[in-house]
Write a protein that binds this ligand. Structure first.
Ligand code: SAM
Length: 228
């Protein structure tokens, strides 16, 4: 059940806008002035003040991408950018069901836009289990469900950084499709797990937040088209 403490607008700093308990822990949205913060499993996951890498994740799929799967709705920055980039069809899988309900109800303008765009389908589920059950192919699969293998918000998300799951994900890509994974830090073990599944590129995105510098990593795996 969602606990909506107060609506956006006229709130004191870091006011809780919405909070709910889920089987995977508490999820909350807070508002600090103009900034929206997302708390996942009781841990600060992201805010709206610095979203360069969320947008870079979407841009990795290229202009006018075909069918794209995003793991983790969050505040909807990656999804909204894909819409701006002209995506043809977008599936978003989100573990926290209340976040989907809040998006549909329009808790932020951006989440409302994503939830109501006819190209988008929001799915409640765990991407670790959802994707292996699918048979269709995606032109891009973009994963931003956790901080990366080195610092997990949900222990169970270790599965999506494991070699066998990544192989399954790569098999769900269309020829020349892209699997892109966001990580808070360089994660050599993730690079090793992806090695051999396609053409691998690692990009570091330097950002500054509250006077501190961070080097977020994007792992980009391009599936090579089968010979012949
Ligand atoms: C950092 S946020 C994603 C941010 C998003 N890229 C954006 O642009 O706003 C991570 C999201 O993934 C969700 N999540 C965590 N584990 C998941 C899983 N196993 N499957 C699907 N969603 C998951 C969290 O609830 C959260 O909404």
């Amino acid at each position: 059940m969602s606990e909506v403490v107060a609506g956006p607008g006229g709130l004191p700093a870091a006011a809780v806008v919405a909070r709910a308990t889920t089987p995977a822990g508490e999820i909350a949205l807070r508002r600090r002035g103009e900034i929206v913060e997302l708390i996942v499993n009781g841990v600060f996951a992201m805010d709206s003040s610095e979203v360069t890498s969320e947008i870079a994740l979407a841009d990795a799929a290229g202009p006018a991408p075909g069918r794209v799967l995003v793991g983790g709705l969050g505040l909807g920055y990656t999804a909204a950018r894909l819409l701006d980039n002209g995506v043809r069809r977008l599936d978003v899988v989100e573990l926290a069901e209340p976040l989907i309900d809040w998006a549909v109800a329009g808790i932020t303008g951006q989440l409302e836009r994503v939830a109501h765009d006819p190209r988008v389908q929001l799915h409640h589920g765990d991407i670790a289990e959802w994707l292996p059950r699918r048979t269709e192919l995606f032109d891009a699969i973009l994963l931003d469900v956790d901080n990366g293998p080195g610092f997990l918000i949900h222990d169970r998300n270790a599965r999506v950084y494991a070699a066998d799951w990544l192989r399954t994900a790569a098999e769900r890509l269309s020829p020349n499709g892209l699997l892109a994974i966001w990580s808070e830090d360089a994660a050599p073990e993730l690079g090793r797990a992806l090695a051999g599944l396609g053409i691998l590129t690692e990009t570091v995105i330097e950002v500054e937040r509250e006077g501190r510098r961070f080097g977020y990593a994007l792992y980009l795996l391009r599936r090579t088209a089968p010979a012949g």
